[in-house]
Structure formats: C-alpha cells, structure tokens
Ligand binder design. Structure first.
Ligand SMILES: Nc1ncnc2c1ncn2[C@@H]1O[C@H](COP(=O)(O)OP(=O)(O)OP(=O)(O)O)[C@@H](O)[C@H]1O
Ligand SMILES: [Mg+2]
Length: 366
C-alpha cells in the first residue's frame, strides 16, 4: 500500500483559501484522521487526494509517483461518504458488484468477491434486499463493501458515520478500525468528531481554516497541544483556560497573577517562561482531570466557588467559578469528594500537568 505525501497543498475557490499550504504524510497502511470544525477544508483535501479536485498548488505523492495529474480511476482509491449514495433500485448485491461490472469483470469472479466482502462486513444475509429495506447502519456497511470490492490501495472516508445514531456510531467505529487494521489499507478519515479521530486514528491532522494546527498521535495532541486551538478543540470537557495573566517574580518566587488571582509556579515552569519569546501576557490551561478539590490552601492553585454539579454516572463534573476572575472551569471530582453548591474550595493543580500559552500568539510555551 502506498505512503501518501502531501506537500504545500493549496486549493483556492476565488478568494476562499479552502486549503492553505498544508503538508503531511500518511505511512503505508496507516490510519490518519483529518479533524476540524465545519468549513476548515477537510473534504476539499480529501477530494484532492481522490483526484476529483485539482489542487491550486502543491503536490500529492503516492510513494514516488506524483499524482496531481492522475485521473481518479487510476488512483486505486475506495471512497465512503456520509450519504451512502447507494442505487435505490438495485439490490445490495448489485450495489456492491457495480464497480466490478463497470470494469467488465467475469461473472464468477464478481460473485466470489461480493460474497467475500459481504461476509467480512456481516451483510451476507442482506444481499437480496434493496437499500430501502435495510437500516442506516447496514447501508453504511454496503457502502463500505462497495468501496472495498475494488481492492483499493487507499481508502478515503468523509464523515461516514455521521448519519448513524450514537450507539451504532460507536459500534461501527470499532469495526471500521478493526477492518482497516486487518486489511492494512492506507486510510484517510475525515471527521469533525474528536472522539472518532482519537479512538480510530494512529495520527490526527488537526485543521483550522485551511491550515494544519498540529499533526500528531492522539496522545500528543491531547497531552501536548501546540496552541489554544488544539487545546480547546480536543478533550471533552475542553481544557480549562484562565486568561489575561501577568508573570511576576517576588523574593525569588515566580507567579502568574491577575488582579485578584495569584498562582505560584514551580521553578521549571518559571524557567521555561523566562527563556521563551513572549508577549508578557499569558493563558493558563489545565485539563479537567488534572486538578483536585481541597479544603485548605497549598502551593499551586487558587480559590473558587462551586457553581453547579453535573453527575454523569461514572463521573461527576464540578463547575467552578474562579474567585477574582470571570472564568468558569470544569473538573472531574474524585470518588470520595463531598461538596455542595456555593461552597468555597481550593483548586489544587498538579505539577507537570499545567500548560502555559502566550496570550498574543496562542502558542504553547510549556
Ligand atoms: N466548490 C466550492 N466552491 C467554493 N467554495 C467552496 C467549495 N467547496 C468548498 N468551499 C469552501 O471551502 C471551505 C472548506 O470547505 P470544505 O468542504 O473542505 O470544509 P469541511 O472541513 O469539509 O467542512 P464540513 O465539516 O462542514 O464538511 C469552506 O469555506 C467552503 O465554503
Ligand atoms: Mg466536509
């Protein structure tokens, strides 16, 4: 299976820079997700990989072959979309067989291949039905079967699960992942659902407005977000932010401060800030699981009021209002925590788990 290399790729529609100079690589057999909000250029990128859109600039390579001018049908690609685009008047069998008929393949070979792929996707019992007589999840499997039957070297997915209900979506995402791992087909999967990207992909391209914000493993984009966009886009609930902080030093100790908030920083963090090029204004970030509630004050943390509690069964999310700021934050409660609405509590941050961003560039400092 090919390695896909995208180099300085651009697609402009008049003044709209849908894809604005992006580069990334998908290794042989890898499963990569393109993740980002609506309109950020995911589909446009995928359609350029498929050969349906012609790039305004840049290069697309499959191994050492430049693909820019290779027509779609010679790219050995299978595509699966959100709307399954099945032919309603044809049976499931004929829908799956369709790409092979177009190639004028022999009838016996077609039959064998349809049954093989239908078995893999557990839809063998549906082959005689029409798309209108099967469920949405089953239609999605048929669409996947139709993409696989050509034995493609590259699979391109565009939000394939977004028409399914939540439960079916979770089931299908595990199945697609397993299938992709078994087949080892180089895959690019477009989604705006971070849970899908995190659970399925080995690496994630995080997009915003036609540009790549970060390219990394699920763990990297979660643990080491390069900027505020990635930090707040990935994670649910999102990373907490406390904005508008100044850095000061007193008696050898370092603090992030605002009018009524004062946060002592560990030495290594202070050192990183001093060594960085920065605008002098900072944003503190920490994940909901990286803070703890305490009744007494300790070194790294701040006071807050309990604003509202959100029980989730396994987890309890405590919403807090940080005293001295306008910021609302969310943290996961520890099992034994017993707190009430309006109570004043100390929020203790964990060493090594805080992030500091520059207010102006919104880039990560530490
Ligand atoms: N054919 C087109 N003509 C003009 N503008 C377009 C065209 N296709 C896309 N765009 C614009 O390019 C940008 C990127 O669109 P794209 O469809 O790639 O977004 P997306 O990330 O797939 O979004 P979504 O999650 O909503 O599907 C958008 O601003 C869109 O309006
Ligand atoms: Mg799209």
């Amino acid at each position: 299976m090919p390695t896909i290399r995208v180099v300085n790729l651009k697609k402009y529609f008049g003044k709209v820079k849908a894809v604005d100079n992006i580069s990334f690589e998908v290794k042989d057999g890898e499963f990569v997700a393109l993740l980002g909000p609506s309109g950020c250029g995911k589909t446009t990128t995928l359609l350029m990989l498929a050969g349906i859109y012609k790039p305004t600039g840049g290069e697309i390579w499959f191994d050492d072959q430049l693909m820019n001018n290779v027509p779609p049908k010679y790219r050995e690609i299978g595509m699966v979309f959100q709307n399954y685009a099945l032919y309603p008047h044809m049976t499931v069998y004929e829908n799956i067989a369709f790409p092979l008929r177009a190639k004028k393949m022999e009838e016996n070979e077609i039959k064998k291949r349809v049954h093989d792929v239908a078995k893999k996707l557990m839809i063998e019992n549906l082959l005689d039905r029409k798309p209108g007589q099967i469920s949405g999840g089953q239609q999605q499997r048929v669409a996947l079967a139709r993409a696989l039957i050509k034995q493609p070297k590259v699979l391109l997915f565009d939000e394939p699960l977004s028409n399914l209900d939540a439960k079916l979506r979770m089931m299908m995402r595990a199945e697609i992942k397993k299938l992709q791992e078994d087949l080892g087909i180089t895959s690019v999967y477009v989604t705006h659902d971070q849970a899908e990207a995190m659970t399925m992909a080995s690496r994630i391209v995080v997009f915003s407005r036609g540009k790549i914000m970060q390219y990394g493993t699920p763990d990297e984009v979660y643990r080491k977000p390069k900027n505020i966009f990635v930090a707040t886009f990935i994670g649910n609930p999102a990373m907490n932010l406390i904005r508008n902080l100044d850095y000061i030093k007193e008696k050898g100790k370092a603090f992030l401060v605002s009018e009524n908030l004062r946060l002592e920083l560990p030495e290594d963090v202070a050192k990183k800030i001093e060594e960085s090029k920065n605008s002098g204004k900072f944003i503190l970030g920490f994940r909901p699981e990286d803070a703890k509630i305490d009744q007494k004050e300790s070194d790294m943390g701040f006071w807050a009021y309990v604003y509202v509690l959100e029980p989730l069964g396994r987890d309890l999310i405590i919403n807090l209002k940080v005293i001295g700021t306008e910021e609302l934050i969310k943290i996961f409660a520890e099992d034994e925590v017993n707190i009430k609405k309006d109570e004043k509590v100390f929020v203790k941050l964990q060493h090594g788990k805080i992030h500091i961003f520059d207010s102006e560039t919104e880039e990560l400092i530490i």
